[in-house]
Design a protein around this ligand. Sequence first.
Ligand code: HEC
Ligand code: HEC
Length: 420
Amino acid sequence: MKAGNKIGIMVCVSALIFGSAVGLKLAGEGTPPDAPAGYDTPTLSENPGSQSHGNGMLADADFGAAQGTFEEEDGVDKGLGPVYNARSCAECHQTPVTGGSSQIAEFRVGHNDRFGNFVSPTIFVKGGSIPNRSLVNDRATCADVQEHAPLTETIRTFRMSLSILGDGFVEAIDDDTLKALSASEKAMSGGRIAGEVIMVPIAESTSGQVRVGRFGWKDQQASLLSFAGDAYLNEQGITSALNPTDTTSICKTTPDIEDQEGDIDEFAAFMRGTKAPPVDGDLFASADAQAGQQIFSKVGCAICHVSSISTTSGTLTIGEYTVPDALKNKTIHPYGDFLLHNIGTGDGIVQNGPQDTANKLRTAPLWGLRTRDRFMHDGLSVTLPNAIGRHRNEASDVIKSYYKLSDRQKSQLLAFLNAL
Ligand code: HEC
Ligand code: HEC
């Protein structure tokens, strides 16, 4: 079945590249059905008593309870801080529904050593120092521990909040499928484009499991539970069984493991249970958007912004989590490959990958694009033509073809992007 999957993708991607009159559905017989998609989960904290609907993995009541935990604002009594960025997951993962993205950016810094290798800084604060961490938290629970970018850290970048909607399906993609994508990109671009696959540890694994990284701008995680533990500590300053050591003890008043209720499991359950971001049906069906999609494929955007990927058909276990039937054998339309590329926008930061990932970023998945108003990892592009114009290096040939399009074709391409 795995081999079948690979072939499905190859056929689909190459059909798209060569731009014949191909729709998404021509990936061949046996393409699994589309994953459920929709923006129909009300914000429970604002609409108490309303029904929350997931992708079918969890019963509505369980999904709603998990969503409630994702929306819950934590205070110092629950372990917030001492350094943190926001009080709940939903504060940044918010629009248009809980789990989506937002304009909130995070701040990372570092420097290179004399061999050109990235080094995470030690950040000195009034009360002491916070070593070996590229994230600079924007908020603190007491003034003595407020972080600032040290003058020595010449690499500085912002990172936009990502959407987690549909990520249960992304987690359910086999490693082999992502590796096959990377190989097919190479084959289709004469080696110019080759998404990098990195293997990253699964924090909750007791047997040292590693998987192909797929979450975060740097593909730094491969499991939603690992990401949840990491985010609870780094965004909110709350320690858990997976991340038991706080960033700093300065101003800390709560016990070592602050997540006594197992909230990280609830975060993971919510994220796994969400529907995928849906296209805007009317806009997507318009003649301009349909023509724009053909152009998107023809000029080669779809080599990296891959339109269709299928989830596992076999048994897939990540830590103690086994992907349930509701997430298996589904096709998603992420318009991304979850692989790292150098398109000339690299932020110089290394996280879980090797040093050569410093100037690579994960292809931004374009699903849900119409719900965002600032683009690229740094959020510094506020129009789509500007975001497209920043693509270089691996994307040079594709961008050359883009610039050869007529004004009408460019506006059709935009109509397509605005429907996502
Ligand atoms: C201050 C804003 C903020 C808060 C609070 C926050 N996040 Fe995030 N989240 C981000 C940003 C920014 C990224 C991109 C990080 C990166 O890759 O550098 C992200 C990425 C993610 C991703 C990866 C999504 C993907 O598809 O790649 C997951 C999963 C995630 N966050 C889960 C959580 C959970 C769970 C919580 C609550 C414990 C949380 N986040 C709290 C800002 C936030
Ligand atoms: C070589 C791979 C590659 C190709 C080809 C490519 N992209 Fe991208 N694209 C990326 C990467 C990587 C990013 C993220 C870059 C960053 O954040 O700095 C990105 C980001 C974007 C974004 C910003 C999305 C967001 O949510 O911030 C848009 C829009 C986009 N690409 C459109 C296009 C279009 C249109 C084309 C074809 C003309 C194209 N891309 C070709 C890799 C590619």
